[in-house]
Write a new protein. Structure first.
Lengths: 179, 264, 354
């Protein structure tokens, strides 16, 4: 439907955006093989030594394990609680529903650092020592919102659509994921 | 009855953990610390807010933060719109899926790694200067400047703007555009008058993320590093935190009016 | 509370808050092998960060902190560190007299830690830009170097500005850069605000500054000897110097957290790093000076001439020329109460770096 020139322009734009998104990542990937640890360009040489150095560092390994554990736990919690919330909000209309919806998107809409220092104050006040559980609580709070958003958007789509190709419409809804 | 049962666990979590901690933070903003021992002194006062409102340095920081957040949001909106339009209206089904995955893929790379990539590009001996100098231009020393911040934040949050915009554009039925063409409207007119207004909720939804995320990241050093990390002044950090919360409250109100909540 | 009277068996773990480079493999590995105490480190970028981390007596997370003079009093009065028993450290007897009971870590004869090492804040510069060593701190206040300078992101920098003004503007009457009247304080802050546009970036961790010099982003800055040593080892063309106006410095103390979970490992560590050999190794590695007088000989065997270079053999009078970090409090030396306390230093610093 668009003119040929418009289509070409859009294609070029799309290509440029993709380059913009991926070049920095490829660069970091490339620097991982740098023989020197000075950050200048061009790169001094290529080597695998940093990979072995990183893997041999027990602090890095334990950090990785911690991240995996916290991530899995937070995701599990978020899946359950977020889905519950989405189903509940979608199914009913009740007094205060708007307020509850707003509450549920707050962790996403407010800067994450606010959630962080708020929970920090909360835990210090309650005498809770910081541990993997406090990490999980903090991350789960944010993740619940992500799950909630996605599930709700999906529910809205499936429900409201009268088109025959409902399966096509019900594939995963686009929504921002956690960083 | 069942919906209420479903709602209770998440609601309980949010009220008991999240809301309570936010309220606690707000309360802490009215306290101070014993400056010598950095223990919190629970004496009610408005000192923290008074300092924030009267000390020019804070107005400067807040102004700069809002400015950068707005600039990043506008930049991302401009960058995202043609891309999202291409994805939604021009690309084939298969290309759409590939592009969608491609846009989300950078988010799987570590946030810190992506920021660090820009330090590598922009620093004095990085790629940018190397490229400029090899074609005879002088080095552009934009490392650690506001320009650099703007570039990096626009880069990091771009996927968050593309996705809702794409979703909104995808929901605009092609039949509308065909009808407009039948009625004699030129292409760009149809896009401007029909597609853009329908896409606005998506763009605004995306802007909530770019604005809030930039706001948060920009204010993190002063909140955490300077006031909690260095000065251990949690009450003051709490008072400072009220500012982005207030800003976002206003932003969310406007966004709701523009229909963004349905486009999240 | 009285400190413990003997060192029991090691607990197998030791968690330290310290300056980057204070627990180098070369002396940590032998320590772990001998005592079984595995060392975990948390490098901090500033004294303020150390105070913050040790809040709540280390909160059961940290056992010791290598605090500098400007953090010590805050840690002591905040109840975050507890007295240590110097009798358990055999090398304590060999310490320089000045460092046995300095005012920043010993109160009324009670030792709240064991002195470790000390060093100056130097002027680090690129030898390409400055083939001859700069003679004055004016280098970092000079508009000709705009966008090419770096200084620590630390409120205690105000003292460096005050020190500079004490020589360049003698009518301000600054005697002690940590005891400033409102007028002296305002002048120092004003100087730093003038410096702000010249700064490329304020460095938080030593490695930040190293990166800035390596990339060529800066050509001069305030630093510690540690950065010079690291940069030279990486082949960078830099050198450092102490300009004619003199220098501020820092003297570090290993302090024991009130809620330390591994006090025996902590004492074993303190014993270890107080021995002449380790003192010499740390001095040469970081670029600082040992408090143990016996370390001088060890330093000479490791690197000839280093003892004199680092003033490890300095007489007591030398220490009076270095303005060691200390927590500014409202009470001035003459007993009056109108000196500016540290909280205002922190608040002012935010307005300087904004």
């Amino acid at each position: 439907m668009e003119g040929a020139w418009t289509k070409l322009a859009l294609r070029i734009w799309a290509a440029l955006i993709l380059l913009f998104l991926f070049i920095p990542i490829l660069l970091i990937f490339f620097y991982a093989f740098n023989t020197s640890n000075i950050e200048s360009w061009p790169i001094a040489g290529l080597t695998f030594k940093w990979f072995t150095a990183t893997w041999n560092d027990s602090d890095v390994r334990s950090a990785l394990v911690l991240s995996l554990q916290a991530g899995l736990a937070a995701t599990a919690l978020a899946l359950v609680l977020g889905s519950c919330a989405a189903f509940a909000i979608h199914r009913t209309t009740f007094f205060g529903r708007d307020a509850v919806s707003l509450l549920f998107i707050l962790p996403l809409a407010l800067p994450g650092i606010i959630t962080g220092i708020a929970l920090n104050a909360f835990f210090s006040f309650g005498g809770v020592t910081f541990s993997i559980w406090t990490i999980i609580v903090g991350h789960a709070t944010f993740c619940i919102v992500v799950v909630y958003n996605n599930v709700l958007a999906r529910l809205r789509r499936c429900h409201s659509s009268r088109r025959p190709s409902w399966r096509e419409r019900c594939w995963l809804s686009p929504s921002p994921s956690t960083r | 009855m069942r919906p209420a049962l479903l709602l209770t666990p998440p609601l309980a979590w949010f009220v008991l953990v999240y809301l309570t901690s936010l309220v606690l933070l707000l309360i802490t903003a009215f306290w101070t610390i014993d400056t010598f021992t950095t223990q919190i002194v629970q004496v009610w006062n408005l000192d923290n807010f008074r300092i924030i409102l009267t000390e020019p340095a804070y107005r400067l920081i807040i102004g700069r933060t809002v400015g950068i957040a707005a600039l990043v949001t506008v930049t991302d909106a401009i960058l995202a719109f043609p891309f999202a339009y291409y994805m939604a209206k021009v690309a084939s089904r298969r290309t759409q899926t590939i592009l969608f995955a491609a846009v989300l893929l950078p988010l799987w790379a570590s946030y810190l790694a992506r920021v660090y990539a820009w330090i590598l590009i922009l620093n004095h001996s990085g790629i940018l200067n190397w490229s400029l100098q090899s074609i005879g231009l002088p080095a552009a020393n934009i490392g650690y400047t506001n320009t650099a911040m703007w570039l990096v934040f626009s880069y990091i949050w771009l996927p968050f703007m593309i996705i809702p915009t794409y979703a909104a554009l995808e929901r605009v039925p092609d039949s509308l555009l065909e009808a407009a063409a039948d009625l004699g409207a030129r292409r760009w007119r149809a896009v401007l008058d029909i597609v853009v207004p329908l896409a606005i909720p998506g763009v605004v939804a995306g802007s909530i993320f770019t604005f809030s995320l930039t706001l948060g990241d920009y204010i993190t050093p002063i909140l955490v590093y300077s006031n909690i990390g260095i000065a251990n002044n949690v009450p003051f950090a709490a008072a400072l935190a009220v500012v982005p919360v207030a800003i976002m409250a206003v932003y969310l109100l406007i966004a709701k009016r523009l229909g963004a909540f349905e486009a999240l | 509370m009285a400190p413990q009277t003997s060192i029991g068996p090691g607990e197998g773990q030791l968690n330290l808050v310290l300056w980057d480079g204070y627990a180098d493999k070369s002396w940590v590995d032998p320590f772990t092998a001998a005592t079984g105490c595995k060392v975990s480190q948390k490098p901090a970028g500033s004294s303020d960060e150390m105070v913050s981390l040790m809040k709540g007596g280390g909160a059961g997370q940290w056992d010791m902190v290598s605090a500098s003079g400007d953090a010590d009093l805050r840690l002591i009065y905040g109840g975050d560190v507890k007295p240590m028993n110097t009798a358990l450290i055999p090398d304590f007897a060999n310490f320089q007299t000045y460092f046995k009971a300095p005012g920043y870590n010993t109160i009324n004869g009670i030792h709240y830690g064991i002195s470790l090492q000390w060093g100056p804040n130097t002027l680090l510069y690129s030898t390409k830009k400055f083939p001859n060593a700069p003679t004055s701190w004016s280098t970092i206040y000079d508009p000709a170097n705009k966008g090419l300078l770096t200084v620590p992101d630390n409120p205690i920098q105000i003292a460096d500005a005050a020190l500079y003004l004490s020589k360049t503007q003698p009518d301000l009457g600054i005697k002690d850069p940590y005891e400033l009247t409102q007028k002296q304080f305002d002048a120092s802050v004003a100087l730093l605000k003038q410096q702000r546009p010249l700064i490329k970036k304020y460095w938080a961790l030593a490695t930040d500054e190293i990166t800035l010099f390596q990339n060529g982003d800066v050509v001069a800055g305030a630093a510690w000897p540690f950065q010079t040593i690291q940069l030279k080892a990486a082949g960078a063309a830099v050198a450092d110097t102490i300009p004619i106006e003199g220098a501020t410095g820092w003297a570090d103390t290993w302090m024991l957290a009130t809620k330390a979970a591994h006090p025996n490992c902590a004492y074993l560590w303190t014993k270890w790093v107080s021995t002449p050999k380790v003192q010499a190794m740390q001095a040469l590695s970081f670029g600082e000076t040992p408090v143990n007088t016996k370390a001088c000989a060890e330093m000479e065997t490791l690197s000839a001439g280093s003892c004199a270079q680092y003033h490890a053999d300095a007489p007591g009078s030398y220490f009076n020329t270095i303005k060691f970090w200390t927590t500014p409090i409202a009470t001035c030396a003459d007993g009056s109460n109108n000196c500016i306390p540290y909280a205002q230093w922190q608040a002012a610093w935010t307005t300087i770096t904004a």
